[in-house]
Design a binder for this molecule. Structure first.
Ligand code: HEC
Ligand code: HEC
Ligand code: HEC
Ligand code: HEC
Ligand code: HEC
Ligand code: HEC
Ligand code: HEC
Ligand code: HEC
Ligand code: HEC
Ligand code: HEC
Length: 315
């Protein structure tokens, strides 16, 4: 299987080896070679490189599809990403060590911005419009801090591979997802990118996938959106007033358990004193309302109510 792909890729190549100029015209979307640098490119594109480099898995990636005019392989081929390689190829053949223009990854001599430049030339659209200015760009992450381009399967594009990748840097969040109440990210049924856009976003901070935190939650918890007859003000304002998004030691991803949660905003005063009193309760218990199983036993509709008499969020 592997071999036949490789062979067919090789068979296709000679037809393409018309020199970089022709290649670039074919690949309209690809970054056009700088005319001043034209002589710096290799003479036969990938064919030149493949004399010395065996990069078989690359031919099973989308980037190697010549029939798609947007791909590097319809244009400058290897040099679309690695930069002009003519001198490198000639030098190496003559036993002279001339490094290739651009390498990728931790050992690269190029800065993250330089590594990302060819990628952004083709990809700075769609989900990547927010890359510049996003936290990952600002922290000098390269595209290849997450992506692998010479493997048939880029792990970060699978749910489990993505979680693993994100959590190698975000160690504190790893612990969050092991707490008793957590979004099921570690089971692979959800991924970080359901809520985050790792490429950057317009959302105020935190790389959220949607413009606001609540809109991010509504993509799956649409029933919490309303409109409801009786709204509970903090719910439509910001889910994170009560919930933590990743994981919590309290039930239902709550930041604090009720009644403490509720009492951050509601004073215990105001309840009808005749029906429920603290008489006979162990000393130190502030109110019978709390003993009754925390506020939500009675006010079960914390997210709002559509019941005609649901003003007190009890039905
Ligand atoms: C004559 C053989 C030869 C040719 C032709 C050649 N290379 Fe190389 N290339 C090498 C050698 C040898 C090295 C290792 C140099 C070193 O130790 O730094 C290398 C290194 C590289 C590296 C860095 C690898 C690393 O691990 O850091 C890249 C990327 C690369 N070449 C790409 C290309 C591309 C793209 C072309 C075609 C334009 C090309 N090479 C043509 C021999 C060649
Ligand atoms: C779409 C951009 C892109 C294209 C096209 C591309 N490469 Fe690479 N290359 C990379 C990246 C990124 C890495 C870093 C390793 C990785 O991501 O898997 C790399 C790594 C390498 C390495 C270092 C050894 C390694 O595997 O880590 C060599 C050698 C190399 N490429 C040669 C080539 C050759 C030869 C071609 C053409 C057949 C080519 N590359 C086409 C992006 C590209
Ligand atoms: C010449 C244009 C071009 C360059 C340069 C380029 N890409 Fe791409 N890339 C494409 C095209 C076209 C696709 C296929 C898109 C599709 O099928 O919808 C693609 C696909 C991808 C994918 C999705 C792969 C998949 O299996 O779904 C990733 C990730 C990616 N590119 C990252 C990069 C990174 C990182 C770089 C820089 C190292 C880069 N690309 C350089 C054109 C390019
Ligand atoms: C912090 C990790 C990370 C970095 C850095 C990163 N990506 Fe991605 N990328 C991802 C993840 C995760 C996905 C899958 C998104 C999903 O499943 O919704 C992805 C998907 C993609 C895709 C294919 C999906 C699509 O939208 O069609 C492309 C293309 C891509 N990234 C390009 C880039 C480029 C270009 C850069 C650098 C400017 C980059 N990425 C930097 C994590 C990253
Ligand atoms: C190579 C390390 C690295 C990887 C991999 C990585 N990140 Fe990051 N991330 C950072 C750095 C550095 C920052 C900026 C500093 C900070 O806020 O922690 C950051 C910031 C963030 C932020 C914003 C944090 C804030 O406080 O505003 C989010 C959200 C985020 N990353 C999510 C992800 C996701 C999702 C993935 C996987 C798709 C991922 N990261 C992969 C290094 C990484
Ligand atoms: C259910 C949606 C959701 C999922 C899934 C999710 N996040 Fe978040 N994440 C958020 C929200 C919302 C915030 C902002 C919290 C705030 O502002 O109070 C956030 C904040 C962050 C931050 C900033 C620091 C912090 O903890 O507040 C980082 C880093 C982060 N997330 C990384 C990740 C990583 C890595 C994954 C996957 C392993 C992930 N997130 C999965 C919704 C999510
Ligand atoms: C991609 C879909 C998705 C998004 C987006 C999402 N959730 Fe969830 N949420 C789930 C799933 C699936 C569960 C069920 C987990 C289970 O049954 O174990 C869940 C469960 C919950 C729970 C109950 C947890 C428990 O232990 O009972 C709360 C609370 C919650 N989500 C709040 C939020 C908040 C707040 C946001 C926005 C920051 C959000 N969710 C965004 C899918 C999502
Ligand atoms: C005023 C505090 C508060 C706010 C704000 C809030 N919640 Fe909740 N949420 C709770 C409490 C308390 C529970 C536990 C309910 C129970 O024990 O019956 C809960 C439970 C949940 C659950 C799991 C049970 C269920 O009803 O499905 C989900 C999902 C959920 N909340 C999503 C959200 C979303 C999405 C938002 C924002 C739109 C939000 N919550 C805002 C207090 C709040
Ligand atoms: C972030 C602050 C905040 C938190 C936390 C909070 N609430 Fe509220 N709650 C409000 C606001 C603001 C109103 C609207 C008050 C008004 O309209 O006068 C409200 C209204 C109510 C009402 C209706 C009151 C009325 O006057 O009709 C009930 C019942 C209620 N909350 C119960 C709870 C319970 C139970 C919890 C804990 C699960 C809780 N609240 C947590 C801010 C909060
Ligand atoms: C035993 C049931 C019960 C418990 C437990 C309970 N409440 Fe109530 N609550 C009520 C009833 C009944 C009303 C309606 C009183 C009315 O309509 O005059 C009410 C009314 C309210 C109101 C509306 C304003 C007011 O004071 O009349 C708020 C706010 C409120 N409760 C918050 C809380 C909070 C916070 C807790 C937890 C500390 C809590 N409740 C626990 C039964 C309960």
């Amino acid at each position: 299987m592997k071999t036949s792909h490789f062979v067919s890729a090789l068979l296709l190549l000679p037809g393409l080896a018309l020199g970089p100029g022709a290649g670039a015209q074919e690949g309209k979307a690809s970054a056009a070679p700088d005319p001043a640098l034209a002589s710096e490119y290799s003479e036969k594109g990938a064919d030149t490189c493949l004399q010395c480099h065996s990069v078989e898995p690359f031919f099973r990636t989308k980037h190697a599809r010549r029939e798609d005019p947007r791909t590097p392989f319809a244009g400058l081929q290897c040099e679309a990403c690695h930069g002009p390689g003519g001198k490198h190829a000639k030098g190496m053949a003559a036993g002279q060590l001339i490094p290739i223009t651009r390498t990728f990854g931790a050992k690269s001599k190029q800065s993250a911005a330089e590594q990302n430049q060819p990628c952004l030339a083709c990809h700075e659209r769609d989900a990547r419009v927010g890359w510049k200015g996003g936290q990952h760009e600002a922290s000098d992450l390269a595209c290849v801090s997450c992506h692998q381009l010479h493997t048939a399967r880029d792990r970060v594009l699978s749910a489990s591979g993505q979680t693993e990748k994100c959590l190698t840097c975000h160690i504190r969040q790893r612990g969050d997802f092991y707490k008793t109440s957590a979004h099921p990210v570690r089971y692979g049924t959800m991924r970080c990118s359901d809520c985050h856009n790792p490429h950057g976003s317009d959302a105020a901070g935190k790389l959220l996938a949607k413009p606001t935190l609540n809109q991010t939650c509504y993509t799956c918890h649409a029933e919490k959106r309303g409109p409801l007859l009786w709204e509970h003000a903090p719910v439509s304002e910001d889910c994170s007033l009560c919930h933590t998004p990743h994981g919590s030691v309290h039930a239902a991803l709550l930041k604090k358990p009720p009644p403490l949660l509720c009492q951050q905003c509601h004073s215990p005063a105001g309840h009808p004193s005749f029906a429920y009193t603290a008489n006979g309760l162990p000393s130190g218990t502030p109110s019978g309302f709390l003993l009754a199983g925390a506020c939500t036993t009675c006010h079960s509709q914390v997210h709002g109510s559509n019941h005609p008499s649901g003003a007190r969020l009890m039905r």
